[in-house]
Design a protein around this ligand. Structure first.
Ligand code: FES
Length: 84
């Protein structure tokens, strides 16, 4: 039995792990991404990657904060304002 595991990385991407060949990733037109030899990959969650939909590490350079952290800050009265 195969299984897919998706981990939300703190202030980072969605890490997808699945046995090779068991997951299909397609773009908006239905074109498949070649995942050959990739039993794990990371999907960009910050919007800053130049290699979307994959993470390229830009999240750490732009100071991306995951939504769960932004909500906690808003609850404390310190709204999350992006730094220039
Ligand atoms: S989450 Fe890593 S570049 Fe966007």
């Amino acid at each position: 039995m195969s299984s897919v595991k998706i981990t939300i990385r703190k202030n980072g991407p969605y890490r997808v792990e699945a046995p090779e060949g068991t997951i299909e990733l397609v773009d908006a037109e239905g074109n498949k991404y070649d995942l050959t030899g990739k039993p794990a990959f990371s999907l960009c969650r910050c919007g800053g990657s130049v290699n979307k939909p994959f993470c390229d590490g830009a999240h750490s350079k732009i100071g991306f904060q995951g939504a769960e952290l932004a909500v906690k800050k808003a609850d404390l009265g310190t709204p999350d304002v992006p730094q220039a």
